[in-house]
Design a protein around this ligand. Sequence first.
Ligand SMILES: [Zn+2]
Length: 680
Amino acid sequence: MFCRPARSTLPAFVLLMAATTCLADVRVVDTPATATRNSHYVSNREPLAPSPLVKLPIGSIVPRGWLRRQLELEKEGMVGHLAEISPWLNFDKSSWADKQGRGQLGWEELPYWLKGYGDLGYVLKDEAVIAQARKWIKAAMDSQRDDGWFGPRTLVTHLGGKPDLWPHMLMLNVLQSCHEATGDPRAVEVMTRYMKWENSLPETAFGEGYWPKLRAGDNIESALWLYNRSGQPWLLDLARKIHRGMARWDRDVIDWHNVNLAQGFRAGTVFGMLSKEARDLESAERNYETVMGRYGQQPGGGFVGDENCRPGHVDPQGGIETCGIVEFMHSFEMLTRITGLPLWADRCEEIALNNFPASMTPDEKALHYITSVNQVQLDRNNKAPGIQNDGTMFSYSPGEVYRCCQHNVSHGWPYYAEEMWLATADNGLCASLYAPSDVTAKVAQGGSVSIREETGYPFRDGVDFKLSAQQAARFPLYLRVPQWCAAATVKINGEAVAVKTRPLSYIVLDRTWKDGDRVALQLPMRLAVRRWPKNQDAASVSYGPLGFSLAIRERWEKYGDMKAKWPEWEVFPESAWNFGLVLDAQDPARSFEIARKPGDVPLEPFTPEAAPLALKAKARKIPNWRMDRNQMVDRLQPSPVRSTEPVEEVRLIPLGAARLRIGMFPVIGDGADAHNWVSR
Ligand SMILES: [Zn+2]
């Protein structure tokens, strides 16, 4: 394409220069190029497979708008104040904080929390949070023995005399972020000594216990992270040893616990960076399809796995644990970088935007264990056997009733913010996850460029970028085109770029960029209705990345011992929820009318009141569809469903804004194939 200079009165040679610098090589690619390696940021070194996309140092990306608000709420809410609530974060008692590793409470909780809490501080550049995280990190590093072990001494013999390696996998992530954000060389030294100790273990040590052997793909990722920084070949031996000894996700889905799935399914692909075997590299996709094909028959990117996936339990009354949501997000972020495939970023947005906000109260002061697509009452009572676990699973609590999620939820939004922008192998930048942000990074030969991203995404379909740079520089700018987007368009400085885009690709704008350049990306969203044949042929509706739920009026009731400052909450429905959709048989998407709120997307868009986007739909009540004896929404029955109730107009809101939710609907019909809903 060719850009006209803004002023035509410039001397001829300036005009010529301007014309030359505006020339852009525009192309559409399925994955970023890997013929070269990024010159400025740490990416895979030989003999590892080259990295198509590379994480920027933490702090390069400053989230703004709604995403920043989620992080601020996290700081002001449960995660930021968890030391007031959780006994596992008692610095004086924790064996993670003792120089000799003595004391109590030395398992996964502290490192789970610290993993996200530290990154929260780095991403927000919040000195108080960073200092608090630093206190824990320093204490853990100070406890390192000569042989490399650090932290709780009880873990060395925790598994029948053998070491429990799981909590340290989390602490390695803490140290990685510490180094990425602050450059602290000690974090790398501590990791190196610890991994030397690990490398002295027999291969069988990586197959011990239940959690460690299923999650050791995380340990492989940390070993390769360290190898990329230090280049010490024994780290590759360690990665191979862990791979051989651990549970083998590269072969098949080998465990059905929801959190093990959400983080374990990628282990073979992580190892594939070293083996370079297609079978390994493709194993995450294979596993994902196996899991979602059986248990992910629902909108929003989650699956039914509470606590484990169970044969016969695919109805959306079941759901995914909050740990599963954040681990899925983390896995998808990692897989985006390893494979370069935009599909993984799509999947990350899908679960983050549709399920993660609803896993917490809007003020992020409490969370629940299970988020389901159909979930109409969040009381504290037992839901088993509809949910596998006995006891409280649905109401919101900041307390230890949800002990793992209570600590592990912390990394969800910080990691998301860190992965929005990525460096490319050809010294460019990639807009991967879309949200308002500023990024500053080195490009081309090493010049620095800043890009401000202004957008109401995912509630609006336009994404505007404005570049700032001291010096003009030629580099490729990659823009992800999601699967749901049939016809993305792009303008540079107001002029349309002639490019035919396709779903699941990147638009690459390779040109000499200069200060003040603007790019306007349009990702037109459309309404889509999906039927779910493996789930009673129920229907769901989406608009771009957003799934939708019936808007159900909420009544919130406080309870709990910490009611004054940290209440627990039950949420009860105050309006009918037992609707089936009346769909246009010829064109189901035409059954909905979009209602937008004028103005900017609010900072907290994930509530029924604030949601910037809603749909109007036609529906009829299904009187026999009720809650079951445990006050769970009863399971779906085959569509189409007969109803003689009057047609009503109902409001649908984004799934992420709906804590009481029906996201999978029966479809109303009156033909010969229609069913009567059977009262259970
Ligand atoms: Zn959990």
